[in-house]
Design a protein around this ligand. Structure first.
Ligand code: NCD
Ligand code: ZN
Length: 344
């Protein structure tokens, strides 16, 4: 097959950042995605209805002329989030709340320390027909970084899903066979997103032959056996799994540093790379479900009506992207070939 046309996809997990960076990140995503779930881990985080509405407006203003791209907003949960905050976020257009365990990842210092006290908030989310999006890693420093996702499932995920039976839960950017199996066997109303990097790479791609900071993201890439399970999972076509790029730009300086930031900026290549993976798996017929229909169906939103076409054509991801202020970003897969291209 040399060409594939699918219902226009959505990105169910990404980081646009803020300020001038929006002029880079919003067009990059709007080029091929109709909607995107926008992560709220700004500094300071998007913790109130007012902040949700203002951030949404800044994203809308950064759209290219004529673009009908729609940001789907989220509120950032802290130990202090109240039921009123959830209602205000809903009124401001948020469709979900994002829970970061405190200290789990980039800008998560204000995240949640005590899950127990948040149950009224989880109940409120279910009541408001909003989803709970979870960064599923424990933050206990004595737990090995490669085991933190599995630990989170055992310590917390099972409990949250059981105790709030009507809450829709998305296990964000899963990286392990444990998470894939958990989601598959969980009750109705539990799903997961999977990034391009976790389908394409494994931990050797971060550490073998030298440290590769541009493949460093959280949750960290796992061993190849986990990657294989994730690949088989998307190839199965299960509607519990959908596209979430976790596109997360950091400047070149901040990535190539003695203590480099976590995150891969994949917006310019993610859809093409997912297509490449599905082709490698002999599962191009499952791409549309993963990219375009499982997500809206799970969120309870309408499917897009436009389409996009990808053609089999090799191109090379640029080595870097220069922002208007001169700052450089090294995109995910920089300098490497991609074998599918979005048709203009
Ligand atoms: C994300 C970021 O940079 O905001 N980084 C990442 O490695 N994925 C945060 C996150 O989603 O964990
Ligand atoms: Zn993320």
């Amino acid at each position: 097959m040399n060409e594939i046309t699918i219902v226009k996809p959505d990105d169910w997990h990404l980081h646009f950042r803020d300020g001038d960076m929006l002029l880079e990140t919003v067009p990059a995503t709007a080029r091929c995605f109709a909607r995107a779930i926008v992560m709220p881990n700004l500094v300071p985080p998007v913790t109130t209805g007012k902040l949700v509405a203002e951030y949404r407006q800044r994203i809308l203003s950064a759209r290219p002329d004529g673009s009908s791209f729609l940001p789907l907003m989220t509120i950032y949960l802290t130990d202090k989030t109240s039921v009123e905050d959830i209602k205000a976020a809903k009124a401001a257009g948020a469709v979900a709340a994002k829970m970061y365990p405190a200290g789990a990842t980039t800008n998560s210092d204000s995240g949640v320390n005590s899950l127990e006290s948040l149950y009224p908030v989880f109940e409120a989310l279910a009541e408001e027909n909003m989803l709970l999006l979870i960064h599923g890693e424990v933050t206990q420093k004595h737990i090995d970084i490669f085991d933190r996702e599995k630990e989170f499932i055992d310590q917390h995920m099972v409990k949250i899903v059981e105790r709030v039976p009507h809450l829709k839960v998305v296990f964000e950017h899963i990286t392990t066979s444990d998470a894939a199996e958990f989601v598959l066997s969980a009750r109705e109303g539990v799903a997961a997103t999977i990034t391009p990097q976790h389908l394409l790479l494994n931990r050797n791609d971060v550490l073998d032959g030298g440290i590769r900071p541009h493949n460093y993201c959280l949750p960290i890439l796992k061993r190849q056996s986990h990657q294989e399970v994730l690949r088989a999972t998307v190839a199965s076509g299960s509607n519990r799994f959908f596209l979430g790029t976790d596109s997360a730009p950091h400047s070149k300086d901040k990535k190539e540093s003695g203590c480099g930031c976590a995150g891969c900026y994949s917006a310019w290549s993610a859809l093409e790379l997912y297509t490449q993976v599905f082709e490698e798996l002999g599962a191009l017929d499952k791409l549309e479900g993963f990219a375009s229909t499982h997500g809206p169906d799970f969120y309870g939103l309408s499917r897009n009506t436009d389409t996009v076409t990808l053609v089999k054509e090799t191109w090379t991801v640029p080595e870097s992207i220069k922002l208007p202020d001169g700052e450089l970003i090294v995109p995910f897969f920089a300098g490497k070939e991609v074998h599918w291209k979005l048709k203009a």
